[in-house]
Design a protein around this ligand. Structure first.
Ligand code: EPU
Length: 418
């Protein structure tokens, strides 16, 4: 297992380019399974979760070719509708194949994902939606089996909670159901609009993705299409926090600042200067950030996927900030690791109170999930002395060449095989 060694205290300076979005690539690559034939998806980041997605599609019989950031997916050769526990347990998003396979082949059987480090993460809304589209669902031996012998039928679905995966899942299934579907209280994340753009490119008729009401006129079949994935807004946000926490001056290329309004306003409240010229976002950190409070919310609120990184920044702020996590019930695993840097944090229920300290001091720490890992990298960049981060395979699930990109900005960071 590799580890990262960071010698902190350097201000980051220079330019960095954002990769394609992990959380848009995953459903888009899975959506390719809806159309017989080959789709070519570009700007796909080279990450472990993407490799898992490719393996998942191959296990169904699809033919995959990958070259750098391009993935060609030929779903014409799909010959099985079962996704096994081995794949689903390594990546929860694998469960998103259930609906597309069901819609295209009339049956599908997929392992239930189980819990994960950040929360229970049930899929009841996905299953409720598939049932509304006419599927018979049974749960047995840890697998969910869905059958719709005569195909799926359009329906009105009202989500009980705002769910990104659930909205994506039902959008894909409804794309080739008979008749009209309406998804109400749908999640509004930009990745959902990106997936809808790809589906529409394949011939789907989807309107309203990115709002809370999505209308889908089912079509009888989809045809493969070429598509370029949107930039990764969470990677971009992580670089913004890296610039802020080191008091640096970083230009971020290829990002869409409009996807990060909630973070941008909070960073500006903390004293960070942010300007956007010709699609290059310049982020200048203050000498010391001011404490600000955040509450995670579904998009366009403050993203839960940026909570840990923002907490790292607040650890060195002037004053105390309150950070409330409202999306996942167990997303404070990074707190005890941040305390190893000397951070002053107390947690009560879903709120953490962070009293800023003048300096963090480098420490050996352990990554626990993807965004928690990113927050430890940020703390390590700002801390005095050396930080050693173990279990960085979490980081490799979601950040393309993070150490190379940060080293390009002047960070003293290296990957060491253990
Ligand atoms: N929920 C339910 N029932 C469901 C589905 C969700 O109760 O059927 C609950 C969840 O337990 C959670 C909340 O609804 O409390 C939101 O979950 P959501 O379905 O929106 O999350 P997701 O689709 O499983 C995606 C991202 C996550 C990101 C969340 C929230 C992907 C592959 N994953 O997960 O990304 O945190 O949306 O924005 O898109 C990450 O990249 O590090 C990551 C965890």
């Amino acid at each position: 297992m590799d580890k990262l060694i960071i010698n902190g205290g350097r201000k980051l300076k220079g330019e960095v380019t954002v990769s394609g979005s992990k959380n848009a690539s995953l459903p888009i690559c899975i959506a390719a399974a809806l159309a017989p034939g080959a789709s070519t998806i570009t700007n796909v980041p080279r990450l472990r979760d993407i490799t898992t997605t490719a393996k998942l599609l191959e296990s169904l019989g699809a033919t995959i070719e990958r070259h750098e950031n391009t993935m060609r997916i030929d779903a014409g050769t799909i010959n099985t509708v079962e996704a096994t526990y081995d794949l689903v347990k390594t990546m929860r998003a694998s469960v998103l194949v259930l609906g597309p396979l069901l819609a295209r082949f009339g049956r599908s059987r997929v392992s239930l994902p189980g819990g994960c480090a950040i929360g229970a993460r049930p899929i009841d809304q996905h299953l409720k939606g598939l049932k509304a589209l006419g599927a018979e669902i049974t749960l047995e031996h840890g697998y969910v089996e869905a059958i719709a012998k005569k195909g799926l039928k359009g329906a009105r679905i009202n989500f009980d909670v705002s769910t990104v995966g659930g909205t994506e899942h039902l959008m894909m299934a409804a794309a080739i159901a008979k008749g009209e579907s309406i998804l109400e209280n749908a999640a509004r994340e930009p990745e959902i609009a990106d997936l809808a753009d790809y589906l529409n490119r394949m011939g789907a008729k989807i309107e309203g993705a990115g709002t809370d009401t999505i209308r889908i006129q089912g079509v009888s079949e989809l045809t493969p299409a070429a598509y370029e994935v949107m930039p990764d807004r969470i990677e971009a946000g992580t670089f913004m926090c890296a610039a802020a926490i080191t008091g640096g001056d970083v230009k971020i290329k290829g990002m869409k600042l409009e996807h990060l309004d909630a973070l941008t306003f909070k960073l500006m409240d903390a004293g960070v200067e942010i300007t956007n010229r010709n699609d290059v976002v310049r982020v200048k950190g203050p000498r010391r950030p001011q404490a600000v409070n955040i509450k995670t919310r579904p998009y366009p609120g403050f993203a839960t996927d940026m909570q840990a990184q923002f907490m790292a920044l607040m650890c060195v702020a002037e004053g105390a900030s309150v950070i409330s996590e409202n999306i996942f019930e167990n997303r404070f695993m990074h707190v005890s690791e941040l305390q190893r840097f000397g951070a002053d944090i107390t947690v009560e229920g879903n709120s953490a109170t962070v009293k800023g300290v003048k300096k963090l001091s480098g420490a050996p720490v352990m990554a626990t999930d993807l965004r928690a890992s990113a927050c430890l990298v940020l703390a390590g960049l700002a801390a005095e002395g050396t930080t050693e981060i173990q279990r960085i395979y979490h980081l490799d699930r979601g950040y393309e060449q993070i150490e190379t990109k940060l080293a390009g900005l002047g960070a003293d960071i290296k990957r060491v095989p253990e």
